[in-house]
Write a protein that binds this ligand. Structure first.
Ligand code: AMP
Length: 282
């Protein structure tokens, strides 16, 4: 695996690969890698000639400074996992390298409705920061294919919109959520949970499954209310949302219509750790 820290160096290297007719796959991450990330590397390796991973904990997407400070950093182990997975290139830039002119966003992205709900509503500015960093990374890496996880369902929708808005020539490939055997979605933030908390956090998965089993026969409002109550009873200190929405637009809806696709999404705090998960219902 080749490690680059400077933008010009990785750009030159990738330009050469493109000239040789190689296809490039890209997996952007914030590190603290787990098997969810590695599944994206595996998918990229299967679908492209050269796989690039980036590790950059992007300050501009954290609306909560404490969350940024406490974000886990495990770089030595990350490098080991990426090597084992057969990653070709790791891009590991500093904040200065990524934002030499400062972190201020020059012009906001017009993301429309998708930015106003759920994560967008609870984490103001988050998706602008996500677009800022992904736009910059795509400009640098110029991948043929970009691999992202369904775990961050709304983020995938936002990046699809970013690609439309900018006209960047890359294909977004969305990969399924990797889970612990019992169902807890893998997340870098799980490292901050105790063993007991991890077990209790399973309630999110159970809630999503309950919604999936009942959404054709029960009103969405009742299902969401039941789920929120269940999460509180299972020791979640705060439930930001349990939502059942149109899978294409994230518009809230209340009743099942057979010709529509739906997704259930949850964000809740286990202690200080904010966890998100989702499940496609049909
Ligand atoms: P992050 O490091 O959390 O920014 O995530 C980097 C990429 O890995 C994003 O595209 C995430 O959606 C994806 N990802 C995170 N967790 C999982 C998971 N459990 N399964 C699949 N992909 C994931």
């Amino acid at each position: 695996m080749i490690l680059f820290k400077q933008i010009t160096d990785i750009q030159h290297y990738i330009e050469k690969l493109h000239r040789e007719g190689k296809t490039v796959g890209f997996v952007p991450t914030m590190g603290a890698l787990h098997n969810g990330h590695i599944s994206l590397i595996d998918l990229s390796k299967k679908n492209t000639d050269v796989t690039v991973c980036s590790i950059f904990v992007n300050p501009t997407q954290f609306n909560d400074p404490k969350d940024f400070e406490k974000y886990p950093v495990t770089i030595d182990n990350d490098i080991l996992l990426l090597e084992q997975a057969g990653t070709d290139i790791l891009f590991l830039p500093s904040v200065k390298e990524m934002y030499p002119g400062g972190m201020e966003l020059q012009k906001p992205y017009d993301l429309g409705f998708v930015e106003t709900v759920l994560e967008g509503a609870y984490r103001p500015g988050h998706f602008q920061g996500v677009c800022q960093v992904v736009h910059r990374l795509l400009d640098i890496v110029k991948p043929d294919k970009l691999f992202m996880g369904q775990k961050d369902y709304q983020q995938c929708m936002v990046i699809k919109k970013l690609i439309e808005l900018t006209g960047i020539k890359t294909t977004l490939v969305i990969a399924p959520t990797q889970r612990e055997p019992e169902g807890l979605a893998l997340s870098s933030r799980n490292m901050r949970l105790s063993t007991d908390e991890k077990e209790e956090a399973l309630a999110i998965y159970q809630t999503l499954k309950h919604i999936k089993n009942n959404f054709t026969t029960t009103s969405f409002t009742n299902l969401a209310a039941f789920a929120t109550d269940f999460l509180h009873k299972e020791g979640f200190s705060r439930v930001d949302y349990v939502a059942i929405a149109d899978a294409e637009t994230l518009a809230p809806t209340d009743n099942y219509m057979p010709d529509k696709k739906y997704v259930a999404l949850v964000a809740a705090f286990k202690g200080e750790v904010r966890l998100i998960d989702n499940m496609l219902l049909n």
